[in-house]
Design a binder for this molecule. Structure first.
Ligand code: KIV
Ligand code: ZN
Length: 390
């Protein structure tokens, strides 16, 4: 394994504002983008991909202003493999203390056909454009789009060209969410073994979630030697989305015993940014979404609630406080048991004697059969009916 790949620090590259915003309907305003970038910067994201400067005047201005305001994060802009794109990108990111140009071209047979470039012509274009970017900044990332469906020999060849031309990060995108954990790891391992100069750069993994494996594929790539994960808040992104930042960061924290890698992310900021991204993008978070879903730390069944009241580790593998929540939630519903009802009533200031609780519990079950969730107001009304409250 190379020196870079031996290090245990994994860089977090957030692309909510670029790949995430490409999600149909997720457009964010200039001010919203600045606000999200400030939250990402504050939470310790290493690199923020702020947009695609040549795509529109609005994108250019957003990248430029994020670059001007960023405090700690590297600010990156996307550019196709053209000197015009790269120049425009540099004009926007140059205001950052630490700017990065990210340039890419589709290298798989399908993409070569679309661009009508032969393998040799594309190789020349990669050499020219990466060299051009490197003459503008010493922080250049290059991506062979659709890397997973690119012939392995050609992938090794173009990665070597990009490294020789000065790329400092090589990103391996699974553009269509087609790979599996084993293949994702094998490709990183192959590149580390076969490409001269691979030990001097950082390999990144960029996964899409079309088969629901984006997080697993990103983590497998890290285990094979990738040291940058590209991801978005809430997994926002085209089609089924990208690797979710909160999932990879929490997986590395919770399973540090078998994945001994660290990130610089302050995980207690996760819930806040997740809610803001959901609001500004207009993409609500599904209730059962890992880490940030409304139900991720909620337990309704009697057995689980009873277990949680005795020892939180029975049904929680991470502390809600570690992602910025105040605590576990034990919503009352038809699966809830007596222990959770008692705890809830205690909390609300209605401690019950056993015989009183027995009666209230029967009434509660009757109500819960008719209602999805029983709220505090419902309980007060129920206590009044039972003569247990004023
Ligand atoms: O999915 C992809 O291939 C991309 C590239 C532009 C890196 O987003
Ligand atoms: Zn992508």
């Amino acid at each position: 394994m190379t020196e870079t790949a031996k290090q245990d620090r994994v860089l977090i590259f957030d692309t909510t504002l670029r790949d995430g915003e490409q999600s149909p309907g997720a457009t964010m305003s200039h001010d919203e983008k600045l606000e999200i970038a400030a939250l990402l910067d504050e939470m310790g994201v290493d690199i923020i991909e702020a947009g695609f400067p040549i795509a529109s005047e609005g994108d250019f201005e957003a990248v430029r202003d994020i670059a001007k305001n960023s405090k700690n994060s590297v600010i990156c802009g996307l550019a196709r493999a053209s000197t015009r794109d790269i120049d425009r990108c540099m004009e926007a990111v140059k205001f950052a203390a630490r700017p990065r140009i990210h340039t890419f071209i589709g290298t798989s047979p399908l993409h070569r056909e679309i661009t009508a470039l032969s393998m040799d012509e594309m190789a020349d274009q990669i050499h020219e454009t990466v060299t051009h970017a490197r003459n503008l900044t010493d922080n250049v990332q290059w991506s062979p789009m659709d890397a997973i469906r690119t012939e392995h020999d050609y992938l090794c060849r173009v990665v070597e060209i990009a490294i020789k031309a000065g790329a400092t990060t090589i990103n391996i995108p699974d553009t269509v969410g087609y790979t599996t954990p084993r293949e994702s790891a094998d490709i990183i391992r192959m590149l580390l073994e076969r490409v001269p100069g691979a030990d001097e750069i950082v390999f990144a993994t960029h996964c899409h979630n079309d088969l629901g494996m984006a997080t697993a594929n990103a983590l497998a790539a890290v285990e094979a030697g990738a040291r940058q994960i590209e991801c978005t808040i809430n997994g926002l992104g085209e089609r089924a989305g990208n690797t979710a930042l909160e999932e990879v960061v929490m997986a590395l924290k919770v399973r540090h015993d078998i994945m001994p890698y660290t990130t610089g992310v302050d995980t207690t900021k996760i819930m806040n940014i997740s809610r803001r991204v959901a609001q500004v993008s207009g993409f609500p978070v599904q209730f059962n979404k890992a880490i940030v879903g409304k139900n991720a730390f909620a337990h309704e069944s009697g057995i689980h609630q009873d277990g949680m009241l005795k020892n939180k580790e029975t049904f929680e593998i991470m502390r809600p406080q570690d992602v910025g929540l105040s605590g576990t939630s034990l919503p009352l519903g038809k699966h809830s048991g007596r222990a959770a009802l008692r705890a809830k009533l205690d909390d609300m200031g209605y401690p019950m004697a056993d015989n009183q609780l027995k009666d209230v519990f029967v009434r509660f079950k009757d109500l819960a059969d008719r209602k999805k969730e029983v709220f505090d107001d419902d309980l007060v009304a129920l206590l009044r009916d039972a003569g247990a409250a004023e």
